[in-house]
Structures are given as structure tokens and as C-alpha cells.
Design a protein around this ligand. Sequence first.
Ligand code: NAD
Ligand code: MG
Length: 406
Amino acid sequence: MVSARQRMVSVLGSTGSIGVNTLDVIARHPDRFAVYGLAAHSSVATLLAQCLAFSPRYAVMMDEAAADALRSQLPADSGTEVLQGESGLSRIVTAAEVDTVMAAIVGAAGLPSALAAARAGKTVLLANKESLVMGGHLLMQAVRTSGARLLPIDSEHNAIFQCMPVNPTTAEPSLAGVGKVLLTASGGPFRQWSLARMETATPDQACAHPNWSMGRKISVDSASLMNKGLELIEACWIFDLAPAQVEVVVHPQSIIHSMVQYLDGSVLAQMGNPDMRTPIAYGLGWPERLESGVAPLDLIATARLDFEPPDEGRFPCLRLAREAVDAGGTAMAICNAANEVAVAAFLDERIRFTAIPLIIERTLEKMPILEPTSLAIVEEADTEARRIAAEQLESGLRGERRIGKV
Ligand code: NAD
Ligand code: MG
């Protein structure tokens, strides 16, 4: 039964790290939330278990065989209808009954659904940072024109959101009195590794994040600091900041999730244990606070908070992202697409970890930068960047010592 106070939520990418954490928070508040739709790529067993636990109206699998398998395994009286592909995704995003959409698909694949949620005026809980990096202009424009509400779930942006002043008339974050944003980074698993050692890094080493448990793509991005580069771009779009107003600060303990520095000298920080259920609960409950299952922060046990500058010599991905945001237009979509291709190749053990920035840099060099005035232009840049990045994998890079095959 849907009670009057319950909010209807669709979770896109429900079988992933963010999706599972989102359902964990939702399960703690059955009086407040009901699940309308769940969507995933192809993990039948996990989506089946989620359907049985949350009885969504719809379950969407992008993969056709997986959709058939799920359909055949769901009990006839489950009350859940299985849909397949983009049209199914669109249904659970835009349905009139849906209040809130958790956009937690990984990568560029998440842009069309995040954009559809924004255009439909939903409350969009945005975890999928790649959609903003790729199509920030379109997404923010859609939010403004439809009256959608975008609540950032990425822990840093959620922290900034919590520390930003609020315009009393619009209830939107404002930049009044803000000097800059201090975007914190853990530094990832290779913070203290030499470049030479990074050449030998394996996918499992890159995915062994010191503080956070996350999907493999974002874990590699955290190891290369491309994650911080993508987050720099994300912060500029969400908070309407110039790139120079965002300073990256390495903070290995991941207790401070980011800070806002004001013109009067004040610095507001949001702190907490590194557990994504905090920003997820904040997004689900906003403007109220919900119990999230996260252990209270023990500052005495934490003992120290350290800070250091990022090393762009060893982590060139941060510089590449900064150059892409400075170049503007489709440069950010190109940077994102080339990174996705390079990270997938690294995870497949086809290239070394240190080849990732080289593939991105060469792809950026080879492509024109256009005004991202439509989704088609952004998607074309994405497709072309993937093609050029794939060429770099197959040809030029093979012969080079530093970046050759594993
Ligand atoms: P993940 O790999 O654990 O999960 C990805 C989810 O997306 C899965 O449910 C998968 O089935 C689904 N998916 C993949 N390709 C799809 C496609 N083409 N169509 C539909 N669904 C598809 O990833 P994650 O770590 O949960 O990250 C999800 C997003 O959230 C990423 O954009 C990531 O950058 C962002 N994010 C994650 C964290 C974290 O702690 N994991 C923190 C901040 C931001
Ligand atoms: Mg983050």
C-alpha cells in the first residue's frame, strides 16, 4: 500500500554500489518511500532479489536475455512487470507517479535517463557524475526549465551542497559570500607510489581503495585522480563555479568530504565516516535528515586530519580534466569518453595504468571542440572519441615502452 506521505522512487543502476546503498537506506524508512522502478544492466540474480524485497511496479533490464531470465524467475504474483531497454528506462523515469529518480548508472550510458528525469521535472539524485561531465550544459538547462530539483549524491558535492549558503527566496544554493570550494580527494591507493611503480599496477591494486568501497570504474578513476578531475567539472556545473574557484586538496582520511571557503575567512566543512549512505540519505530526505545506518563519527579514534596538494606530475588525469573544462564545449565529453575506453582497457589488462592519461590526451588532441547545444552533438562527440581512443589502444600505444601492453 502506498501511503499519502510515501515518495515514489526509481533507482537506476540498482544492482551497483550506489544502487544497493540506496535500497539499504530506503529499507530503513518503509513509511516514507516506495519503489516504483528498478533498473540494471544484466545482473539477474541481484535484481530478482531486489524485486522480491521491494516489490517495484517495474523492473528494467537493459540486456534482452537478462530481461527474459528475470521474467521467467519472478513469481507470477510478484506484482512486478519486467521491461527491457531504453523504453523501459524511460517509463520508470518519466511516469507521473514517480517523485524521485536515483541516477546511479555508471558512465556515459547514464546521460539520457538523467536528462529525461530532469526534463520531466523530477527530484534527481545525481550519482552519475559522467552525465554532468558530458552534458552538463544540457542537464543544468533541463533542470532550470522544468523546475526539477538536482541533489548531488557524489559525497564531495553533497558536502558542498550542505555547506553552501541558500538563497532565501529560491531555496537554491547561492554563491553569496563564497570565495572558493575546497574539493577533497583521498589520493587513492597510489597516493604514495612512484610513477615507475604505477606502471606495474594491476586492476585489483587500482580497485583497492583505502577508504571507499565502490564500483570498479570509479575505483580506477580514484586511483588515477581522474575521479577528482570529473568532480571538478561536476562542481563547476552544479554550483556555477569557475574552475579557478575549485581547489583540490588531498585529505587521505576521507573524513572531511569537502569544504566551502567564505570571503570572511570562514571555512565550512562537512564531515562523516566514508559511507555513501550519508549523502544518499541526505538526498532522499532533503530538506529533512534521515537515519542512514552510518556509524557515528569518532573523532578521537580518527585522531588526525591531514592535507596535502595533489601531484599532477604523477597524476596527469587531473590536469587533463582541468584543461578540458577550460577548453569548454564538447572537450569534457571527449575527455570522459576517452577515459571510459582507457579504463575499460586497463580493467581488461590490455593497457598499463599509466597509459590511461596518454590515451585521453591524444584523443583530445585529435578532435575538434564543438558547442554542446544538443544531445546529438554530445553523443556524436562521445562516439567519435570512443572510436579514436580505441584506435590509440590498437595502434600507436603498443610500441611505446612506458605505455605498452601489460
Ligand atoms: P557500479 O559499477 O557498482 O554499478 C553500476 C550500475 O549501473 C549497475 O547497477 C549496472 O547494472 C548499471 N549499468 C551499467 N551499465 C548500464 C547501462 N548501459 N544501462 C543501464 N544500467 C547500466 O557503479 P557505482 O560505483 O555504483 O557507480 C555508479 C555511479 O555513481 C557512477 O557514475 C559513479 O561515478 C557514481 N558514484 C559512485 C560512488 C560510489 O561510492 N560507488 C560515489 C560517487 C559517485
Ligand atoms: Mg566523489
